[in-house]
Write a protein that binds this ligand. Structure first.
Ligand code: NDP
Length: 444
């Protein structure tokens, strides 16, 4: 049995109860075969893959908080520090009731390669809690965030581990957490990214993941002889990534026909109105049922359905495993040419295979949504310099990074004879740098 297969078998046995983690590790390890096979004996002696799939540290803690009626509650907090071979740990904090150890481990594992792909010196981590911010008052959110940091502060720092936002953790939550950290440590340092502009945040961080997704998509299409201008697109989600993906797609001349939340989805034949969407989601924190009030021509449907609309480009920007085999079949049948993943692991393994078998250009999350963490790293640089760059400076750097990422993954796929398999290309390109750093640093 090959070293890769042995490692996959070990994971299946040891982590049978962690399906998302198994899905992510199997997918990545499978595509690393050509790299591992080159020096299989040496890597095996150094237990390289075992060290890669086992986090450096897993911190799980109790988070008590008090609701508006004085009732105390307890949630579970997580921080998985996965790998710091190439730089301090970095990765978001997810607040969502679905959060568990498997999801945080899968996200932390993926983060290693994504961060490496950016070309910036950042290691991989992820964290969060099963706390649900939906429907909570600001005071309740504050109570949770302060208590979350009361434990987390022990393990993080500007040169150790720098968390950021993710699902359910936006500027408000980062602000409360930063306030708590500063108070406990008496240290105003770049310990979190996604901060407000007034206290160390970076311009363009809010837009970065969605904009970056479109910069990479535009480059991928261009290199395949296709102009994004005039194309139609389906977007899922209506959160941070989705909103700024829609905004940039529209600026580049594409027409976005859909968006969604966990209750339903919107179809707007005239193209999604980003200003209306921002008001509903960012200002009023309402549901998508409100959209029709702004755009009477649009349709609102309960449940799932975004991928049934005929479009050229699909941009899943909500959550993991949201684009399934039946969705992939519908997209192909409707003549879709490209899928670029804004969310983390939004396409199931079966759907990925179907899309690739049907020659759909597929930009995987770890490359396509790396703009967020890349700009977070730019925020860290600005914090270290104690300087603020302009929006245009950050945006230009982001665009350059995304174009580079596309070429790195495309070149890696080509180098190993994998054609336009960008999924494998991204895994390999991200892995090679981490591999070299881990081998140079010895068994640790
Ligand atoms: P937000 O919380 O801002 O938005 C998430 C969106 O997805 C909301 O519209 C939400 O709907 C929907 N959603 C969440 N969970 C589910 C679910 N289980 N089923 C259906 N819809 C769901 O998160 P972000 O936009 O920040 O993140 C979206 C994705 O992008 C995640 O996978 C995240 O890990 C990834 N990502 C985010 C980055 C960032 O910079 N923000 C960076 C890189 C990746 P509802 O409001 O109803 O919950």
């Amino acid at each position: 049995m090959s070293y890769v297969d042995e490692t996959i078998e070990m994971l299946k046995e040891k982590y049978a109860a962690q399906p998302e983690f198994l899905q992510a590790t199997t997918e990545v390890l499978d595509s690393l075969r050509p790299v591992i096979e080159q020096k299989e004996e040496e890597y095996k002696r150094e237990a390289l893959l075992e060290r890669l799939v086992e986090p450096d540290r897993q911190i799980i803690f109790r988070v008590p908080w008090i609701d508006r009626n004085g009732q105390a509650h307890v949630n579970t907090g997580y921080r998985i520090q996965f790998n710091n071979a190439i730089g301090p740990y970095k990765g978001g904090l997810r607040l969502h009731p679905s959060v568990n150890i498997s999801i945080i481990k899968f996200l932390g594992f993926e983060q290693i390669f994504k961060n490496s792909l950016t070309g910036l010196p950042i290691g991989g981590a992820k964290g969060g809690s099963d706390f649900d911010p939906k429907g909570k008052t600001d005071r309740e959110i504050m109570s949770f965030c302060k208590n979350f940091m009361l434990e987390l502060y022990k393990y993080i720092g500007a040169d150790t581990d720098v968390p950021a936002g993710d699902i359910g953790t936006g500027a408000r939550e980062i602000g409360y957490m930063f306030g708590a950290y500063k108070r406990i440590k008496n240290l105003h340092e770049g310990v979190l990214t996604g901060k407000g502009i007034a206290y160390g945040g970076s311009l363009a961080r809010t837009e970065a993941t969605g904009y970056g997704l479109l910069y990479l998509t535009e480059e991928m299409l261009k290199c395949n002889g296709i102009d994004i201008k005039g194309k139609t697109a389906a977007v899922s989600g209506s959160g941070n990534v989705a909103i700024y993906a829609i905004e940039k797609a529209t600026q580049l001349g594409a027409k976005v026909l859909t968006c969604s939340d966990s209750n339903g989805w919107v179809y707007d034949p005239d193209g999604i109105d980003v200003a209306a969407l921002k008001e509903i989601k960012e200002v009023n924190r309402q549901r998508l049922t409100e959209y029709k009030k702004y755009r009477p021509n649009s349709e609102y449907h309960e449940g799932r359905g975004v991928w049934t609309v005929k479009v050229d480009i699909a941009l899943p920007c909500a959550t993991q495993n949201e684009l399934r085999i039946e969705d992939a079949k519908a997209l192909v049948a409707n003549g879709c040419i490209a899928v670029a993943e804004g969310a983390n692991m939004p396409t199931t393994a079966e759907a990925v295979k179907y899309l690739q078998d049907n020659n759909i250009l597929l930009a995987p999350a770890k490359a396509a949504n790396a703009g967020g963490v890349a700009t977070s790293a730019l925020e860290m640089s600005q914090n270290s310099e104690r300087l603020n760059w302009t929006f245009e400076e950050v945006d230009a750097k982001l665009r350059g990074i995304m174009i580079n990422i596309f070429h790195n993954m495309s070149d890696a796929a080509e180098k190993y004879g994998m054609g336009k398999n960008y999924v494998a290309g991204a895994n390999i390109a991200g892995f090679e740098k981490v591999l070299n750093a881990m081998m140079a640093q010895g068994v640790c």
